[in-house]
Design a binder for this molecule. Structure first.
Ligand code: ADP
Length: 323
């Protein structure tokens, strides 16, 4: 394999730049040319790609976002769009592709592989951490650290005024960010998509705390389909707890930005290099991940379809420690 391409796709995540750098430097180390495709699948269809050199990725390791930009592409969901994309890769002599993104991007990748047989390796880049085949996804650790920074600040003001705060975090299908934010942020309650918790449960939990003389409380809420679920819950709780000031903070896209943590920089760097080495080793239609500190390659279909359930021990710890 003499020429490969890399792109970032779907929701962006801190650490994607560190990963692009690792792919580019890894490829150059093995004397493989590497192209960067802009705007994910949309750029593949438009032929928006440039050859990258070692200096193209200088000084990006520590930056959030993605220098290759990210996009969602409805055209790639059509056969005609994918044909254009393949023709563009073919015209440049690209023999392998590395896709940094989430399960949507991997779905596109595996369909593309089935149709055209071009070797493709996925790298899990999403703050949600909801991908099977890797202990952590790129961006998750940074996102949780961002929520903790915000929760710490909110705790100060919650404490000063004796308030109950509902803090909404990302993760509409998976509670990884919520549970770690709740444990690390010392929350009284957490609302996860994996568990059915009603407003009555939250009220009873908060009232227990108030009886034990808690002067303020934090409730971490994983967003639902649209941001704003925390407002709905807070309004329901306000009807039952009338003698406390109840406030809501929705953290939103702040969780997607910022400099990646040490953990994310290392993970992104290892996975980027692992993807290049996987391609050169003949692997295709797989995702590279790290499980128990070992690099492993999982079929894209499994990465997309298999569940990675929350460790119940986290939920147990959360319950005990919020006493
Ligand atoms: P993420 O990768 O973060 O999960 P998305 O779900 O938005 O993000 O997917 C990113 C892109 O992957 C989509 O905009 C689309 O171009 C491509 N994609 C997703 N699903 C399919 C599909 N079924 N067929 C072809 N391409 C797809």
């Amino acid at each position: 394999m003499k020429r490969i391409a890399v792109f970032t796709s779907g929701g962006d995540a801190p650490g994607m730049n560190a990963c692009i750098r690792a792919v580019v430097r890894g490829a150059i180390y093995y004397e493989v040319e590497v192209y960067g495709i802009y705007q994910g699948y949309q750029g593949m269809i438009a032929g928006d790609m440039v050859k990258m050199e070692s200096y193209s990725v200088s000084n990006i390791l520590q930056r959030g976002g993605t220098i290759l930009k990210s996009a969602r592409s409805d055209d790639f969901k059509t056969k005609a769009g994918r044909k254009l994309a393949y023709n563009n890769l073919n015209a440049k002599g690209i023999e392998g592709v590395i896709a940094i993104g989430g399960d949507g991007s991997f779905t596109g990748a595996t369909i593309f592989y089935e149709e055209y047989g071009i070797p493709i390796i996925g790298i899990p880049g999403t703050i949600d951490n909801d991908i099977y085949g890797t202990d952590k996804t790129i961006g998750f650790d940074t996102a949780v650290n961002t929520t903790l920074d915000a929760i710490d600040k909110i705790r100060d003001t919650a404490d000063s005024h004796g308030r109950i705060f509902f803090i909404e975090v990302m993760g509409r299908d998976s509670g990884y960010i919520a549970i770690q934010s709740a444990i690390g942020g010392g929350a009284e309650s957490v609302i996860l998509p994996e568990r059915d918790v009603t407003a009555e449960d939250v009220v009873s939990n908060l009232q227990d705390g108030i009886r034990r003389d808690k002067s303020f409380s934090i409730v971490v809420v994983a967003e639902k389909d649209d941001p704003g679920y925390s407002v709905e819950l807070a309004n329901a709780v306000k009807e039952a707890i009338t003698d406390k000031d109840i406030r809501v903070t929705i953290l939103g896209h702040i969780q997607r930005g910022g400099a990646p943590t040490a953990t994310d920089r290392t993970l992104a760097s290892r996975l980027g290099l692992g993807a290049v080495e996987g391609l050169l080793d003949g692997k295709k239609d797989v995702m590279v991940g790290i499980v128990n500190d070992d690099m492993i390659y999982t079929p894209l279909k499994d990465a997309i379809s298999k569940d990675k359930p929350l460790n119940p021990d986290l939920i147990r710890a959360m319950k005990i420690l919020s006493l």
